[in-house]
Design a protein around this ligand. Structure first.
Ligand SMILES: [Zn+2]
Length: 338
């Protein structure tokens, strides 16, 4: 008798420890269901992670059945992926939502159902163009074993994914292809973009030249800024593009308004890069860059660092700092577009 009591206690104790078992999940066009073995949904909490655009549901005192996969790739207009994890008897289900999706969560019996709908209010009112400098046959500047086009593309991709949380983002290129300067600006103009950001790396014949600088479009330029613009502008003719970048005809009021906005974003972007990474602050300059000249929207060109300087490249040769600089730039943009 005593043995049976002990055995019963152990079984009972085990049940309390194990709690509910998440048995299976189903997904069909915007409807995601989680089923529990004991036909009872355990206590749960939901929270929305704005940064990740993710809905997190945490079930206390639960476990996951081994047959439930850790990740479910959906990739439709409601959901990107769903991830499962367990920590200290808490099961977390993270639903990474697609852009502009609303959700409802309801439990009944052993089922918790998440119903997803396309949001009717457009959350993302601004369109931002992210332009990775150079590409394809045009490597841009080279140095320390790196090519400007590769680093610029990596940073541009990180920047785009960073900005996608808050904006509609268009990359002028997301692979190693050549695009003439004028076409880059046109991509933004066609999309009626609100802001244009071009990512580059600087180069100097003296390898000690280092630091970050940010440019905005200006008809007038200092001789230093003109020199940097000259290199970046030369790629079209160097690679056989004969059509000049049209001078987008902005009247003076628009030109000044664009310039003011561009210079303000440029200042914050540079402050962030210098503050976050500790690079040398070279300054914000107005210059006649072809890629900016063709843009109807305010625009900046960021020379994140010098490819010819080993110190700068000890950062930008490293994936971690490519993400950091992307974040620094994104923060500067967010301050002016909200
Ligand atoms: Zn460049």
């Amino acid at each position: 008798m005593k043995k049976i009591v002990i055995l019963m206690s152990i079984i009972l104790f085990s049940f309390t420890l194990l709690g509910e078992t998440l048995d299976r999940t189903t997904y069909k066009s915007g409807s995601y269901s989680i089923f529990f073995k004991e036909r009872r949904v355990p206590q749960y909490k939901t929270r929305y992670d704005k940064g990740q655009d993710a809905l997190v549901i945490e079930f206390s005192n639960s476990t996951i059945s081994r047959t439930v996969p850790n990740t479910l790739n959906v990739d439709d207009k409601f959901v990107d992926t769903v991830a499962m994890s367990t920590l200290n008897n808490t099961v977390s289900t993270t639903i990474y939502l697609a852009r502009g999706v609303d959700y409802k969560v309801a439990a009944s019996g052993g089922e918790l159902r998440v119903t997803l709908t396309k949001s009717t209010t457009a959350k993302k009112k601004y369109t931002i163009i992210v332009d990775a400098g150079h590409g394809g046959k045009d490597s841009g500047a080279t140095g320390n074993g790196y090519r400007e086009k590769d680093i610029a593309l990596d940073v541009a991709k990180y920047l785009a994914s960073e900005l996608r949380n808050d904006y509609k983002v268009i990359l002028t290129r997301d692979s190693d292809v050549f695009i003439p300067l004028g076409e880059r600006a046109e991509i933004g103009n066609d999309a009626n973009a609100d802001f244009f950001i071009s990512i580059h790396l600087n180069s100097a014949s003296n390898s000690s030249g280092n630091g970050s600088e940010v440019f905005y479009y200006s008809k007038k330029e200092s001789s230093y800024a003109a020199e940097v613009a000259k290199f970046e502008n030369s790629v079209d003719s160097k690679y056989g593009v004969t059509e000049p970048v049209s001078d987008f005809i902005l009247n003076d009021i628009f030109y000044r308004a664009n310039q003011q906005k561009s210079a303000a974003v440029a200042t914050d972007v540079l402050d962030n890069i210098v503050g976050d990474i500790g690079l040398r602050k070279r300054g914000v300059f107005g210059a006649n860059f072809a890629v900016l000249r063709g843009s109807k929207s305010p625009s900046i060109l960021v020379e994140i660092g010098f490819i010819s300087n080993s110190g700068d490249m000890s950062y930008f040769g490293n994936d971690y700092y490519k993400r950091v600089v992307a974040k620094s730039i994104a923060e500067g943009v967010r301050k002016h577009f909200y």
